[in-house]
Write a protein that binds this ligand. Structure first.
Ligand code: F6R
Length: 606
C-alpha cells in the first residue's frame, strides 16, 4: 500500500526514483511525488499517476539523492497537496511515509500551537514538522528521526532527508515494509523489492523498530534501542523482466497465462515418486511433530483466505485433520483461543498484509505454531513464521491475485499430502495425488486454450447488473474467488453462495437480470448441483456452468468444460476460467484492469 523509493549515490536520482515509482505503482496510484536534494530540497508532486509526475519533472531536475512516493490515500483525499513528500515549514526536512499515524490529530494540534504551518490533511506531515523540531540540536538525522518517532503511535515505513545533510537518507520501519538495496557505491531503499531489482539483487529487510542510515558507500542499521544491528544481505531471485507485461496487454492476463509455469515452480523438487510424499523442508518439522497436530487453522485475507478454504478442504480430505479457514482480519480482533495442538497456517502473496502479519504476531505471542504459505521471500510474514512453504510464483504485479491463488492451492495440496502420509493416507492415494499434481501444468494449458470461448461469454454476461456464483463444498471457495475477481476488476456486483444455501434466501434475487455462474465438478455432489441449476432455471435465471461436462440446455445456457484431475485437486483448474471471465468482463467494460479503483496491492495498513 503506497510505494516508497529512496536513492543516494553518484547518479542522477530523479530518473531512478521515477523508474522505481513506476514499478511500485500497483501498490497505490492516486498521487505521486519526489524530492531531490541539491543545494536545498526541490520537490514535484501531483494528483494522478507516476506518468503525470514524470511529465512535470523538468529535465534539469539534477541531484544525486532523493526520495519518492506513490500514494493510496488514507488521510485526506487524493490531491497535489496531500501527495507525498511532505516538507517541514522551513523546507529543511522531507518525508515520505506508508502506514497510519494514529495520534496525528493530537500531534498536529500541539505542533500548530507551536507555530508549525500545515499545508495538507495528511497524518504524514506531522512527521516532517516533528523531525524539523529536533533536527537542529540533534547530532545526526537518525537521532532526530528516532526522537520524533518516540512521540508517534501507529504504523510507518518512512524515508527522510535533511537539506543540510545532503549525503544521507534515513529510513525506518514499524509495520510497513522497508527494504534496502545495496549497489556499487550507491544505496537504494524501497517499500518493495520491485523498485530495486533493476539495480541490485542484494537486499536487506528492516525489522519492525529498526532504522537505517544510507550513504553512497553503505548503510548502518539500528535497533529500537539505538544500538547498531548486524544484517546479512539476501539475494533475491526476482528479475526486472518479471515486472514487464511481456507483450501482454495487461499484467493480469500475463499472470493468468503464466500459471502452467508458476504451478510447476511451486511443485518443483517437492514430489517424491518413490514414497508418494511431499518434501517440504521449510516446514522445520519432523514426522513426529507433523503427526502431533489435532487441528489446522488457516488465516489469510481476501483471495488468500479463499485459497485457504481450498486448503482446509484438502487437509481434511487427505490428512483427515479437522481444518478450517478464517479471515486473518477478523481472527486478530476476536481474542482467539490458541491451542498447543493446533497447526496455524498464514497465507500471503506479498508477505506484508498487515492484518495477516498482526494475526501471526498475536498467535506467536500466545505460543502458537505458525507456518507461512508466502510468495515473497524474506517478507515480514515469512520472517515471523516458524516455517513454511514458499510459492516461487514470481512477483504478482496486477492488483488482483491470480497465479498466487493457484500456487497457494497447490502448496496446500503438498502440505495435505505431507500431513496425510505421516498419518493414514495410503501410498495408493498418495500416488494418485502426486500424479494429479504433476498433470496440473499441462491441464492448465488446456484451460487457458479456452480463452476465446470465455471471452465471448464475458462479452455476453458483462452487462449484468449483478451475478451470483455458486458451488458446493470444494466448489464453494472457487465460487467465492470467482465473485471476488469479477467485482474487484470489472466492478460488476457479484455474490457467492454455497449452492445448498440458495433456497434459504438468495434465490429471491434470481431472475433474468441476475445470471448465475455455477461450479459443477463431476464429483459426488453432481446431482445435487444439477438440481440447483433446475431451481435457478425455473425462476428464469440464466446459468453459466463451469465443470467437467456440458449440461442439458434446460439446465444451463452456457458451459465451460475443463479437464478433470483428481476430485480433491479439481478446484485449482475450475478457478482459471473464472479469472479469464473476470478479466474479459473488465476489458469489455473498459476498466483499469491492473489498477482497479480504490484498491492497492499489499494492504499494509489496518
Ligand atoms: C484479491 C486480492 C486480495 C489479496 C489480499 C491478501 O484479488 O488480491 O484480496 O488476496 O489483500 O493479500 P496477500 O496475499 O498479499 O496477503
Amino acid at each position: 500500500m503506497c510505494g516508497i523509493v529512496a536513492y543516494v549515490g553518484p547518479k542522477d536520482a530523479a530518473p531512478i526514483l521515477l523508474e522505481g515509482l513506476a514499478r511500485l505503482e500497483y501498490r497505490g496510484y492516486d498521487s505521486a511525488g519526489l524530492v531531490i536534494s541539491n543545494k536545498g530540497l526541490k520537490m514535484r508532486k501531483v494528483k494522478g499517476r507516476v506518468a503525470d509526475l514524470a511529465a512535470v519533472v523538468p529535465a534539469r531536475f539534477k541531484g544525486t539523492l532523493g526520495i519518492g512516493h506513490t500514494r493510496w490515500a488514507t488521510h485526506g483525499a487524493p490531491s497535489d497537496a496531500n501527495a507525498h513528500p511532505h516538507l517541514s515549514t522551513d523546507e529543511r526536512v522531507a518525508v515520505v511515509h506508508n502506514g497510519v499515524i494514529e495520534n496525528a490529530d493530537e500531534l498536529r494540534a500541539k505542533l500548530e500551537a507551536d507555530g508549525a504551518v500545515f499545508v495538507s490533511e495528511t497524518d504524514t506531515e506531522v512527521l516532517a514538522h516533528l523531525i524539523a523540531r529536533t533536527v537542529e540540536e540533534s547530532d545526526s538525522l537518525e537521532e532526530a528521526v528516532r526522537t520524533a518517532l518516540k512521540r508517534v503511535v501507529g504504523t510507518y515505513g518512512i524515508a527522510v532527508i535533511d537539506a543540510r545533510r545532503p549525503g544521507e537518507v534515513v529510513v525506518a520501519r514499524n509495520g510497513s515494509p522497508i527494504v534496502l538495496g545495496i549497489g556499487e557505491k550507491e544505496m537504494f531503499a524501497a517499500s518493495d523489492v520491485a523498485a530495486l531489482v533493476r539495480y541490485t539483487r542484494q537486499v536487506v529487510h528492516l525489522e519492525d523498530g529498526e532504522l537505517a542510515v544510507l550513504r553512497a558507500d553503505g548503510f548502518t542499521t539500528f535497533g529500537g534501542d539505538a544500538r547498531e544491528t548486524a544484517k546479512e544481505p539476501l539475494t533475491v531471485d526476482w528479475e526486472a523482466g518479471h515486472y514487464d507485461t511481456g507483450g501482454y496487454e495487461h499484467y493480469l492476463l500475463k499472470e493468468i497465462s503464466e500459471q502452467p509455469e508458476t504451478v510447476a515452480r511451486t511443485l518443483r523438487g517437492r514430489l517424491d515418486d518413490r514414497f508418494h510424499i511431499a518434501h517440504l523442508g521449510g516446514l522445520n518439522m519432523d514426522a513426529r511433530e507433523s503427526r502431533s497436530f489435532r487441528r489446522v487453522k488457516i488465516i489469510g485475507c481476501g483471495s488468500a483466505y479463499y485459497s485457504g478454504q481450498i486448503g482446509a478442504q484438502l487437509i481434511e480430505e487427505l490428512a483427515r485433520i479437522p481444518a478450517d479457514a478464517e479471515p486473518a482480519s477478523e481472527f486478530r480482533y476476536r481474542s482467539p483461543v490458541v491451542e498447543p495442538d493446533t497447526l496455524y497456517v498464514a497465507i500471503s502473496q506479498s508477505g506484508e498484509t498487515y492484518d495477516t502479519l498482526a494475526a501471526v504476531q498475536e498467535l506467536k505471542r500466545k505460543g502458537g505454531r505458525v507456518l507461512g504459505i508466502v510468495n515473497t521471500v524474506g517478507s515480514a510474514i515469512a520472517r515471523e513464521c516458524d516455517g513454511g512453504v514458499y510459492l516461487h510464483a514470481g512477483p504478482e504485479v496486477s492488483v488482483a491475485s491470480t497465479k498466487a491463488f493457484t500456487s497457494t492451492a497447490v502448496a496446500f495440496a503438498l502440505l495435505a499430502l505431507h500431513l496425510g502420509r505421516v498419518r493414514d493416507l495410503s501410498p495408493a492415494d498418495g500416488r494418485r495425488i502426486c500424479e494429479g499434481l504433476r498433470r496440473l501444468p499441462r491441464q492448465i494449458e488446456e484451460v487457458l486454450a479456452l480463452e476465446p470461448q470465455i471471452k465471448e461469454l464475458a462479452d455476453k454476461y458483462a452487462d449484468a447488473a449483478s451475478m451470483m456464483f455458486v458451488g458446493r463444498v470444494r466448489g464453494y471457495p472457487v465460487a467465492r474467488e470467482g465473485a471476488q475477481k469479477l467485482k474487484e476488476i470489472s466492478y460488476v456486483h457479484a455474490e457467492a453462495y454455497p449452492a445448498s444455501e440458495l433456497k434459504h434466501g438468495p434465490l429471491a434475487l434470481i431472475g433474468p437480470e441476475t445470471p448465475t455462474v455455477a461450479i459443477v465438478p463431476d464429483d459426488e455432489l453432481l446431482d445435487k448441483n444439477l438440481t440447483t441449476l433446475g431451481e435457478i432455471r425455473a425462476r428464469g435465471g440464466r446459468v453459466l456452468m463451469v465443470g467437467h461436462r456440458t449440461a442439458d440446455p434446460k439446465l444451463a445456457d452456457d458451459c465451460v468444460v475443463v479437464p478433470r484431475n483428481e476430485i480433491e485437486l479439481d478446484p485449482i483448474l475450475l478457478t482459471i476460467p473464472l479469472q479469464l471471465l473476470a478479466y474479459h468482463a473488465a476489458v469489455a467494460l473498459g476498466r483499469d484492469v491492473d489498477k482497479p479503483r480504490n484498491l492497492a496491492k499489499s494492504v499494509t495498513v489496518e
